[in-house]
Design a protein around this ligand. Structure first.
Ligand SMILES: Cc1cc2nc3c(=O)[nH]c(=O)nc-3n(C[C@H](O)[C@H](O)[C@H](O)COP(=O)(O)OP(=O)(O)OC[C@H]3O[C@@H](n4cnc5c(N)ncnc54)[C@H](O)[C@@H]3O)c2cc1C
Length: 401
């Protein structure tokens, strides 16, 4: 018997999900809530919490409600009551209350552990890296090749394996792009309570952006975004280097920002180059081949500028499980009905993710100093035409499971 519950060689499963990030775990939970069996293959030996924290807005909370974990997560983070933008160069600021419903910033560990703990034991199989996918010429069902030499076949394969997805490569999706900006992130604990209001504060000086969001009365999440330079290559491997580099970037910011970064919990520090799929690639991409599809960042990785990548993955999970359950409960073994379910999923998701990624893309262009003026002008026109309600993306409801 091997670790995946079968004899050595090839093992057959109903539904296989690749990746135990936010989207893979949410998809497994959504399927479980619909009474469908699946396994999740994760290459790491344990759950990963990279990034420290994540902002979840009203649309994400609707999806978490469908998964039955919203009330647990509400206890872990206080509501964000508004936003404040501060342009330090111009000595200007703008405040807004959150008109578009619930927003909270969750520790990634709370979100991921809560999704994981709601699953039955042994659904997630750690230490299994997928290296390639092919279709069985007889059944047309997918066969996954693992790094350890074993292979697995399944009726359905969902790639939730993030921005460098092996499953997306199998679907021949266009490669992801790297943005001009990179981002350092971390969590800072104030044992006697922090002095900040429960707002999302964004500060800008020259071409450096700092964001700060309290999670609860003691813990604060921050990020610093800055144009990537060649010398940044090695930073992500070394936490002390991330801290020193970030402190250098914010040295002319207000004193409490410098303190915030200086006192960061070392373990929570991370440094990422921002990746994205272009909106027109999402419009034209083919997200299904046979009974294989993708969800989460594997499908639609986007910049963090409207804070929706993770919530979009939660929505994917609900829509995918709903469509699979509808068809597979009637004709569980017919590959054509599974393909129809996946086509319905892709159809339902496509324009939603195109819109979110377009708004993210335009926002990213507008905040990047190196964007030519003419391009910025075109972006402003498109924003006015397409996204007059800037927080419209939070009003979306992915529906019931
Ligand atoms: C700076 C920054 C800030 C952000 N802020 C927000 C925010 O405020 N709000 C928000 O909603 N979103 C935000 N996002 C986006 C959000 O973090 C992502 O959309 C989300 O984490 C993606 O989840 P995922 O499960 O799709 O992919 P990932 O989190 O990338 O998970 C993929 C999983 O698959 C595993 N894996 C990969 N390849 C294989 C393989 N071959 N075999 C087996 N396992 C594999 C990985 O180990 C990993 O566990 C932000 C992103 C960045 C970069």
């Amino acid at each position: 018997m091997n670790k995946l519950g079968g004899t050595e060689g090839e093992v057959q499963h109903e539904i296989v999900i690749v990746g135990a990030g936010i989207c893979g775990l949410a998809t497994a939970l959504a399927l479980h809530r619909k009474g469908m069996q699946c396994i999740v293959l994760e290459r790491s030996e344990s759950l990963r919490y990279t990034g420290g924290a994540i902002g979840i807005m009203a649309n994400g909370w609707r999806a978490l409600h469908q998964l039955g974990v919203d009330s647990i997560l509400r206890q872990t983070a206080n509501p964000i009551v508004g936003t404040k933008d501060i342009w330090l160069d111009k000595n200007k600021q703008r405040e807004m209350s959150f008109m578009s419903g619930e927003a909270r910033c969750l520790r990634r560990s709370d979100l991921i552990n809560t999704l994981y703990n709601a699953l039955p034991p042994n659904v997630v199989k750690f230490g299994h890296q997928i290296v390639s996918v092919k279709l069985d010429p007889q059944t047309n069902f997918p066969i996954l090749q693992l790094e350890d030499g074993n292979s697995i076949s399944s009726k359905v394969l969902v790639g939730c394996d993030g921005a460098n997805s092996v499953v997306a490569d199998f679907l021949q999706l266009k490669h992801t792009k790297v943005a001009v900006l990179c981002s350092a992130r971390g969590l800072t604990n104030y044992p006697s309570g922090h002095p900040f209001t429960h707002e999302f504060v964004r500060m800008k000086r020259n071409n450096t952006f700092v964001g700060r969001i309290p999670i609860d009365s003691k813990l604060v999440y921050w990020f610093v975004a800055h144009p990537w330079v060649q010398t940044d290559t090695k930073i992500s491997q070394d936490k002390e280097l991330i801290r020193q580099y970030t402190l250098q970037l914010v040295k002319s910011f207000p004193k409490e920002t410098v303190e915030l970064i200086k006192d960061t919990d070392h373990e929570s520090l991370s440094f990422t180059r921002i990746r994205y799929r272009r909106p027109w690639d999402l419009l034209l991409g083919s997200f299904r081949k046979g009974t294989v599809t993708v969800a989460g960042d594997a499908m639609h990785v986007m910049g963090p500028f409207i804070g929706q990548g993770g919530s979009a993955g939660l929505e994917d999970a609900i829509v995918l499980a709903r469509n699979l359950a509808k068809k597979m409960s009637m004709t569980p073994t017919d590959p054509r009905s599974i393909e129809e379910a996946l086509d319905e999923y892709v159809k339902e998701r496509r324009m939603r993710i195109v819109r979110m990624s377009a708004q993210t893309y335009l926002t990213g262009k507008l905040i990047t100093e190196s964007t030519p003026l003419l391009v910025k002008f075109a972006c402003i026109i498109l924003m006015i035409l397409l996204f007059r309600d800037a927080s419209g993306h939070t009003k979306y409801d992915c529906g019931t499971l």
